[in-house]
Design a protein around this ligand. Sequence first.
Ligand SMILES: *Cc1c(COP(=O)(O)O)cnc(C)c1O
Length: 491
Amino acid sequence: MYIKEDNIFSRSKKGKKGYTILEENASLSLFDKYKDELATFTSNEEPNLPELSEPDVIRHFVRLSNMNYNVDLGFYPLGSCTMKYNPKINEEVASLDGFKELHPEQPDYTVQGALRIMHELATYLAIISGMDAITLEPAAGAHGELTGIKIIKKYHEKNGEKRKYILIPDSAHGTNPASTQLAGYTAKTIKSNDLGMIDIEALQKHLNEEVAGLMVTNPNTLGIFEKDIKQIADMVHAKGALMYMDGANLNALLGYIRPADLGFDVLHFNLHKTFSTPHGGGGPGSGAIGVKAYLKEFLPGYEILKENGRYVKRRHGKNSIGKILAFMGHFTVMVRAYAYIRMIGREHLREIAENAVINANYLKKLVKDAGYKVPYDSITMHEFVASAMQIKKKYGIKALDIAKRLLDFGFHAPTVYFPLIVHEALMIEPTETESKETLEAFAKALKEILKEAEENPEVLKSAPHNTPVGRLNDAYAVKHLRLKYEEKDER
Ligand SMILES: *Cc1c(COP(=O)(O)O)cnc(C)c1O
């Protein structure tokens, strides 16, 4: 459905309003009334605000929301992002007044319920991962990486060692090298072998006493489980370096494998992915991290303890890396993760992984049958990466054109051009919450798109056609960033 929606300022009419003020104040505009307060943080000019009635405002925003694609509307095969359906019970629980109206500086005795949730959630995450200590403080996955790498750094420094490098496979998420650099290390790339796993010889070549750690996503972003991970962990530990796990793909392992047992010393969770919080567009999330016992002293912020039946916060000691966030993390994301884990129950968590893996393998088969190539094609975990390289060579149709055309079929696009080691990548993660029918409909759309590539490639090159906004010039948008709307932006 195409709806044209004007900028809210262009709908403004002098004197329209969505409020009534009492008689005795009627001579004052709201601005006059609060002029003194406003003057402390604004200029003394009347702010340029649109004037509208309440229905004008509501309808404007509801119309805008209708233009948006979302996981409550349809399938979101966005590889690496674990865009599962988020149960509505999470939202109900997270919006209870007792949670949503807390202040982070309330005394402990007034927030016992909240502290209990944090304490128990940390316990569940420890059980799930096999790690000995957890912090819920990091604000998202990438922030968890930064926290984890800082812990690794502090550990080496305490041992009187100045190491320089973090090794990262070439299939890694871009946040891995970014966090590494931010923490003060240099990232070194380890290439993958023909099976899409870490090349042991390449690793051996780079491994020495200057290496602080190896950062691994397992299963990796090709959706492949790093089978040699225990051997790799032994090699890394033998050089005094530590093992970091990017746990963004934990959805694939839940209840089956504990990262601690694979030899990892530190991992981050993406609570907003694995444990179901609506996410995208940068947050809010939660990048809780887990560490082995010998790294606990370096954790940031507070630990939440249960003492004599009461919950108390205790600051980590003198070797802590310090605070990494103003307060204690994104609390309502924790509430959602807690509700989700409690709702599913310990016995059934593994069914999440089971169904995520079955769905990914089934969809991979359908996508291959539809005529697409999957370059790294061993058993898939939670996601797989198809390539449009052959289609590009044959018909001049790129992964981007296919992704854009999928929008016309009512699907969100998959992740494209990532991971970098697959050319014209289409990275697809169905998650456990999609039905067989949805997966089949998606594969059918891909098949039709391939037919269009052959018979009518122009329709693909100019797609999407049925969305509120057509094909954007994304390169232009990056180079000429302008956040303010102007009339001439109308297409
Ligand atoms: C999503 C993701 C991250 C980053 O997590 P954010 O919560 O988006 O910061 C890191 N690594 C992988 C593999 C991811 O999929």
